[in-house]
Design a protein around this ligand. Sequence first.
Ligand SMILES: *[C@@H]1O[C@H](CO)[C@@H](O)[C@H](O)[C@H]1NC(C)=O
Ligand SMILES: *[C@@H]1O[C@H](CO)[C@@H](O)[C@H](O)[C@H]1NC(C)=O
Ligand SMILES: *[C@@H]1O[C@H](CO)[C@@H](O)[C@H](O)[C@H]1NC(C)=O
Ligand SMILES: *[C@@H]1O[C@H](CO)[C@@H](O)[C@H](O)[C@H]1NC(C)=O
Ligand SMILES: *[C@@H]1O[C@H](CO)[C@@H](O)[C@H](O)[C@H]1NC(C)=O
Ligand SMILES: *[C@@H]1O[C@H](CO)[C@@H](O)[C@H](O)[C@H]1NC(C)=O
Ligand SMILES: *[C@@H]1O[C@H](CO)[C@@H](O)[C@H](O)[C@H]1NC(C)=O
Ligand SMILES: *[C@@H]1O[C@H](CO)[C@@H](O)[C@H](O)[C@H]1NC(C)=O
Length: 432
Amino acid sequence: MVRFVTALLALSATALATTTCSSSSQCPESKPCCSQYGECGTGAYCLGGCDPQASFSVGSCAPMPVCENKSYTWENLDNSILNTKYLGDASKADWTYSGFPKIEDNNLVMTMPKNSVGTLFANNHYIWYGKISGKIKSSRGKGVVTAFILLSDVKDEIDYEWVGADLTAVQTNYYWQGVLDWHNSANASVTDADTFDDWHTYEIDWTPDQVQWIVDGDVKRTLLKSDTFNETANRYQFPQTPARLQMSLWPAGQASNAEGTIDWAGGVIDWNSQDIKDKGYYYATIGQVDVQCYSAPSDAVSTGNTSYLYTSEAAMESDVEITSNSTILGSLGATGLDMTLGANSSSSATSTGSDSVPTNNSGAVGGAGNSTSSSSSTSSSDGSSGGSSTTSSSFNQGTTASKDNSAPNQNERVLRGSLFAVLVAVVVLVTL
Ligand SMILES: *[C@@H]1O[C@H](CO)[C@@H](O)[C@H](O)[C@H]1NC(C)=O
Ligand SMILES: *[C@@H]1O[C@H](CO)[C@@H](O)[C@H](O)[C@H]1NC(C)=O
Ligand SMILES: *[C@@H]1O[C@H](CO)[C@@H](O)[C@H](O)[C@H]1NC(C)=O
Ligand SMILES: *[C@@H]1O[C@H](CO)[C@@H](O)[C@H](O)[C@H]1NC(C)=O
Ligand SMILES: *[C@@H]1O[C@H](CO)[C@@H](O)[C@H](O)[C@H]1NC(C)=O
Ligand SMILES: *[C@@H]1O[C@H](CO)[C@@H](O)[C@H](O)[C@H]1NC(C)=O
Ligand SMILES: *[C@@H]1O[C@H](CO)[C@@H](O)[C@H](O)[C@H]1NC(C)=O
Ligand SMILES: *[C@@H]1O[C@H](CO)[C@@H](O)[C@H](O)[C@H]1NC(C)=O
């Protein structure tokens, strides 16, 4: 996945002349935060997904809101905020989103209108071990991928992914710090009717010692930390850092994507499918999400109960501390290095440029952005938001990856999901 990030960086750099970043090329002090999408900035770039290994310093990213025991249901979108508005106060908004969510029958429906890049919903409370449960109906159709993943800021990851071409199974996967290993993926069968028509409950039970993927109460897969030890490096390559729950629907089978991606997704998306004709969009439905937080590791340093902080770039379990530091930025110019900057000024989220807040999906905001794409303002309820094709051609190129030494083709195929899902949406937004 690192190679995708790199490819995307190049893309975004071209589009907006942004400063890109990776763990081998950190951000400058003036724009210290490396966002989840590999771009340097302030404000929103320092919040969820800010990568401490690729940022100017480990303290550049804002502290991460601690885990909260909570059940989520959707009578409305009141607990959600556009990714362009959030300043780090998870007590005011449990979720940030981009794309086209809607509420139907008290469910959250993540939609993907024709030619769009779908919807992303990210929880603002980090989880440092816990049991996460989702009552979900996946989307369907070749090329259409639904994802329910835990993703940490250093790209530890635990995934469920539904490939719409196969409604009898869900794919499970994990990563440690974004290092690709195709052995990490496995299918879990889903019995008694399919993943689209029927509700199933998908759980991730994540402790310091193991991960279990549990479907409708049946343990489908167990990953033991002890089995992830890398003797050469003397470390456990196990997901072990605070992670956010991210739910998304995205077009892996977009015609312009790499062949491997399309194959993995079961073929090229049919934008004239039954779902598109009937509803105007592909969709995945979330009925309920439950998060139960587990205790931090017994040897974790705790000086408060507000936020998690990385204390070292190594970003292993022992490099995380629980603190009382605030998670809230004073403005979109603020960073982890100066959290309160601009707190009292009258300038608000609307007055900032593209390196402090990601553009929203209507293309209407984004400061210096205004890139040349002609399709930037077509977003509307009929769903024919354009723009995706302008960017996808660059997804198929791998470039030098800083962490990934071994890169057989198989790996590339496997990593199409997960982080990539999350990346797709925003990169397209950026280039609108
Ligand atoms: C956390 O708060 C302490 C005390 O206010 C401060 O010295 C430190 O710089 C803060 N750390 C980060 C990363 O914000
Ligand atoms: C999972 O199932 C799909 C077909 O539905 C197959 O293409 C893929 O190789 C399987 N993955 C693993 C890891 O077995
Ligand atoms: C184990 O660590 C070594 C040294 O960092 C690395 O080269 C190798 O790829 C790692 N093995 C796996 C399976 O990640
Ligand atoms: C969450 O609930 C569990 C009990 O189910 C409790 O042990 C734990 O302390 C709670 N954690 C938080 C952060 O409230
Ligand atoms: C969290 O911190 C607050 C303020 O310091 C304190 O009142 C409260 O007891 C703490 N809660 C836990 C569970 O430690
Ligand atoms: C903002 O203003 C209040 C009251 O005027 C003051 O107490 C506070 O320290 C100021 N905060 C910052 C970050 O300047
Ligand atoms: C994007 O920003 C524009 C202008 O602020 C706003 O009208 C629009 O509602 C936003 N997009 C979404 C999806 O809310
Ligand atoms: C961006 O686009 C808007 C509307 O098309 C235009 O009014 C504005 O001048 C443009 N800004 C830049 C920096 O090109």
